[in-house]
Design a protein around this ligand. Sequence first.
Ligand SMILES: [Zn+2]
Length: 179
Amino acid sequence: MTTRSPQVRLKEHNTQFDKAAGQVVEATGQEWIIKEYFEVEDTYNAESAFFHRSPLTEIPHALSDELLKLDDKYMNWDWVNEGLVAAKSAGIRSNTSQPPNPKPEPKKGAKWIEAQIEGSGLKPIKGCGNGITKVSFECPEGHIFKISGYSLIRFPFCPVCEPERFDAYTLRRVKVCSS
Ligand SMILES: [Zn+2]
């Protein structure tokens, strides 16, 4: 979504390597191209119509996780096209001073994460920086690392012991604190 020209936004996706779209370019060597663009009356409402639907609304943290939004494990081309139809017909909010969606529900807490990784041998720990969105974990070998709870549920492994089980994007975002 952009309120500027699509070409300007495209260039950002292809050059900002600290952002999710740019990380894909860096990792694959392939640049994003524009397949289609269209003008809407209320850009924020259209963007919301595109993203606020299954499966993103059912996966914890998905809506705030830029990389997950690009993950073709969940989002295929049909999903994209359905979203474009929804965005085109979203129309204008009745009150444009309000955000298009109510505030998201509180994130699932440490207990939920613990239950998800039960049996993996990993355990959540305190310390290792004070990140708000990332949680620290320790493997049975004593490696301590920091990863978003959601990424850990997809890849319930130690990045030092088993780096090959991660995808390249996620592995790069894992912070190993001690080994
Ligand atoms: Zn380990």
